[in-house]
Structures are given as structure tokens and as C-alpha cells.
Design a protein around this ligand. Structure first.
Ligand code: NAD
Length: 455
């Protein structure tokens, strides 16, 4: 008998489904089936693999609203976000459906014969997904992994398994053969851990907390197993006095409060040039108070609840005893049983404060002034993380200098974009290891093989 996990709607705190959690034996059986399926999936002709991925994309498109509705209920996402997330899965499948027919090797000039390289699939890839973006993060792994000829076992987060389960069904409906993409809901220390210890899983893609990521990396070392880690962040939004302050202040809340701040790329620290600090804070106030924090059943909602009671407790813990400068509201206020926290802005002077240093993963942003370009870069880099960041300035040279100076994997100048499937994504320092997305992602799911043929 499997254990059952009761899935909760975070907007209402009401149960919505009971999902069986797989045992180690069930995980082993799924991995064995994925290994079996690999033997034939890797030999499917590139054009046919491409066609199947495009068909999968089309089936996701046909079920876009259904998938979005599940995520609104299961993760408390807004309709706008949830539709974008389901659309992102479709786009990733279409983008990487171009890969099987383009996964070319090289012909290298050598003496005495012909030398060619091949990109061989790894085998079974294990993908461990967090609860903050259940659909996109799953697809960032499975779309390029499948395109490169691997089979995938995917473990969704305990809290948010429903869209992953549905995507597994849609893959089969699209004609992806049984065992090629297997969704295994289960506990992290059981199924996730098994991906790390099972010798037939040849790569683990993990997104989640830095603490678990370190454990996974150490476990993968035992078998010299490939691993990609996408971990936490404490990214800075650096606002120079020369920028259009009204535009920067209007954009800043969405860069941190989107998905209720449960975003590894959230710009959860705002650094403002001292001469513009007062004016920026005055402009930030109406921008924060203007965010539509509404029940997510309302299509106009721009921010929903946190994922769980535990997460709400963690996030509100950071607000104990700090001075709050700006705070929005939540639907129903304190009487709402869901896991709501209002958008909150906290000015910080002491960089040792936990709210300045730690990933809060909630709708909380800390703001600090800086003196000059060097001070801005030093403060932005004064963190163990290095995932993303933004720079607002009208001076293009300064924008480039600061972008080069900030130790993070994804910087944007005069915008807050981070994750675009066309471009590589990943972290410096303790934000991660390896890159996902972009044109090279399929290669990260292959071993390069060199073959020499003597004349
Ligand atoms: P977590 O790292 O515990 O969970 C992420 C995934 O890892 C889940 O699927 C979980 O089941 C699995 N997992 C847990 N323990 C495991 C183990 N021993 N072996 C293999 N897999 C395991 O994250 P959480 O507890 O859900 O969230 C805690 C904090 O982590 C958050 O508050 C946030 O700061 C951070 N977080 C970051 C991201 C991100 O995108 N970088 C995502 C989620 C959480």
C-alpha cells in the first residue's frame, strides 16, 4: 500500500486530491522501465523523435486551459501566470523538437584516418522538481533530455504533483512511448534520493533549496553521476539615479512579487543610488499598493497566496521585529484561511540582517541605498548566491560594466527578464551548477564520443 499525500489548495487551505506517494520499490520499477524504454527511444529516427515532440507540444496546446486551471487550484498561481506556464511547456517542446535533427558532431582533422564525434544520450535522466513553477521547471529538463534521446523519470514536489501527472498522461496521448517520460509522485528523501543512488539514472537535474542541492551533489559524486543544480537566489535590482525612476519603481514590484515571491530569480534586494533613494521610495509605494492581490479565481489577480502554511510561517518569521515601509493587503485579510502574505517592503541598513542575506521566497523585498557604481557592485555581490539581477540606468556603458561586475548567471539591463527558453539559464556561486535552456541544453544530456577510423 502506498502512502497518500493530501494536496491542498493554498488559496483556501482546503484539500483537493489525495496522491499516492511511490515507494523505493515503485521508483526502482519505474527506473527499470525507463531503462528498458531507452534501448528503443535512442534508436527512434531523429525526424520521428522530432515529430513526436511536436505532437506532444500540440497536445499540451489543446489542454492549455485545463493545465492552467489545475495549477491555479494546486499552486495558487494566477490565471495569467498559469496559462503562461502551460504555454511555456508547449514552447519548450516545440523549440527542442528542432534538436534531434540538428544534434551534429564534428569531423576533426587528424593523421592516418577519419575522426568524428557523436553526442550519445546518457540513458535515464532523473528530474526533481520544486513546487514554485511545477510545469516550466519540469519541461526545462524533460524537453531537451527527450530530444537528445534520453528517457526521463520525473518527481514532482509533494505539494504540487497534479500538472506533472497530467503532462505524463498527455505525453502518452501524443504517442510518446510508454516508459519514455514517467512521472513518479513521491517524497524527496524516498524517490528523489533514489534517483541519486540508482546506478541506472545517469543524470540528476535538481531545482530547489541549496541545502538539498548540496546533498544531491554529494550523492551523485558516489557514482560520478552528471548533475545540474538550480538553487536559491538573493538577486539585486540596482537602480541608478540617472534612470527613469517612475518606470523603475513601477517595474520593481513585479520583479519580486510575481508568483508571491516564490521565484528563485526574484529581485528580493533593491539597491537604489542614495541621491534618488527618497524619490524612489515615494514612487514605489503606489506601485506596491497597486498590485492586485485578489483571489486567484479572479482573472484580474496579479498575486496569489504562498504554497503552504509552512512557507507562510517561514516568510512571516522574517518580518518579526523589522520596520516595514510599505505593505499591501490580501483578500479577506487575516480571516482568510489560505496562505496569504501581503506584498511587503522593508528598508534595511544592516547587511547582516537575515532579510537581506537569506532567500525569503515570499512577497518581501528589502531596500538599501548605495553610494556609487563600485558600492552597488560590491553590495550586489555580498551574498553566497548568484542567480540573476537587474540594472536600471540610461548609461549604456555603466549598464554593461555593472552587468559584467555582478557575479550572477542572468543579468538584464533596463528590464527584469531572467528565464527565456532561447537563452542559457543558471547560477554562479551557491545558486547552482550547470546551465539549462538555450540552444546548448540538449548537449548537456549527452556524452561526447570520439571515433577514429584508420584509413
Ligand atoms: P526542497 O529543496 O526540499 O524541495 C525541492 C524538491 O526536492 C522537491 O521535489 C522535494 O521533494 C525534493 N527533495 C527534498 N529532499 C530531497 C532529498 N533528500 N533527495 C532528493 N530530493 C529531495 O525545497 P522546499 O523544502 O520545498 O523549499 C524550501 C526552500 O527552498 C524555499 O523556501 C526556497 O527558499 C527554496 N526553494 C528554491 C527553489 C528554486 O527554484 N530555486 C524552489 C523551491 C524551493
Amino acid at each position: 500500500m502506498s502512502d497518500l499525500f493530501t494536496v491542498i489548495n493554498p488559496s483556501t487551505a482546503q484539500p483537493i486530491a489525495d496522491v499516492p506517494l511511490a515507494s523505493v520499490e515503485q521508483a526502482d520499477a519505474a527506473i527499470a522501465a525507463a531503462h528498458e524504454a531507452f534501448q528503443s527511444w535512442r534508436t527512434v529516427a531523429p525526424g520521428e523523435r522530432a515529430r513526436l515532440l511536436r505532437r506532444f507540444a500540440a497536445v499540451v496546446e489543446e489542454h492549455l486551459d485545463e493545465l492552467a486551471e489545475i495549477e491555479v487550484r494546486n499552486a495558487g498561481h494566477t490565471w495569467g501566470n498559469a496559462r503562461w506556464e502551460a504555454g511555456n511547456v508547449r514552447d519548450l517542446l516545440n523549440y527542442y523538437s528542432g534538436a534531434p535533427e540538428r544534434l551534429t558532431g564534428r569531423q576533426i582533422p587528424v593523421a592516418g584516418g577519419l575522426d568524428v564525434t557523436f553526442h550519445e544520450p546518457l540513458g535515464v535522466v532523473g528530474i526533481i522538481v520544486p513546487w514554485n513553477f511545477p510545469m516550466p521547471i519540469a519541461a526545462w529538463g524533460f524537453a531537451p533530455a527527450l530530444a537528445a534521446g534520453n528517457t526521463v523519470v520525473l518527481k514532482p514536489a509533494e505539494l504540487t504533483p497534479l500538472t506533472a501527472i497530467r503532462l505524463g498522461e498527455l505525453a502518452l496521448a501524443a504517442g510518446i512511448p510508454e516508459g519514455v517520460l514517467t512521472v513518479i509522485p513521491g517524497a524527496g528523501p524516498v524517490v528523489g534520493e533514489r534517483f541519486v543512488t540508482h546506478p541506472l539514472v545517469r543524470k540528476v537535474c535538481f531545482t530547489g533549496s541549496t541545502a538539498v542541492g548540496k546533498r544531491i551533489m554529494a550523492g551523485c559524486a558516489e557514482q560520478v553521476k552528471n548533475v545540474t543544480l538550480e538553487l536559491g537566489g538573493k538577486s539585486a535590482n540596482i537602480v541608478f539615479a540617472d534612470t527613469d525612476l517612475a518606470a523603475a519603481a513601477a517595474a520593481a514590484p513585479y520583479a519580486v512579487f510575481d508568483n508571491a515571491g516564490q521565484d528563485c530569480c526574484a529581485r528580493s534586494r533593491i539597491l537604489v543610488e542614495r541621491s534618488a533613494y527618497e524619490e524612489f521610495m515615494a514612487l514605489l509605494s503606489p506601485a506596491v499598493l497597486g498590485i492586485r492581490v485578489l483571489d486567484v479565481s479572479d482573472e484580474a489577480s496579479e498575486m496569489g497566496p504562498l504554497i503552504s502554511a509552512t512557507q507562510k510561517q517561514r516568510v512571516t518569521g522574517y518580518l518579526d521585529g523589522v520596520d516595514v515601509a510599505i505593505q499591501g493587503t490580501t483578500p479577506g485579510g487575516a480571516d482568510n484561511p489560505g496562505f496569504w502574505v501581503p506584498p511587503t517592503v522593508v528598508p534595511v541598513e544592516d547587511p547582516a540582517m537575515p532579510i537581506w542575506r537569506e532567500e525569503v521566497f515570499g512577497p518581501v523585498v528589502a531596500v538599501m541605498p548605495f553610494d556609487d557604481e563600485g558600492d552597488a557592485i560590491a553590495k550586489a555581490n555580498d551574498t553566497e548566491y548568484g542567480l540573476s539581477g537587474s540594472i536600471f540606468t540610461t548609461d549604456l556603458g555603466r549598464g554593461l560594466r555593472v552587468a559584467r561586475g555582478v557575479q550572477a548567471g542572468n543579468l538584464s539591463v533596463n528590464s527584469h527578464s531572467s528565464v527565456r527558453y532561447w537563452t542559457p539559464f543558471g547560477g554562479f556561486k551557491q545558486s547552482g551548477l550547470g546551465r539549462e535552456l538555450g540552444p546548448d541544453a540538449p548537449y548537456a544530456f549527452t556524452e561526447e564520443k570520439n571515433v577514429f577510423i584508420a584509413h
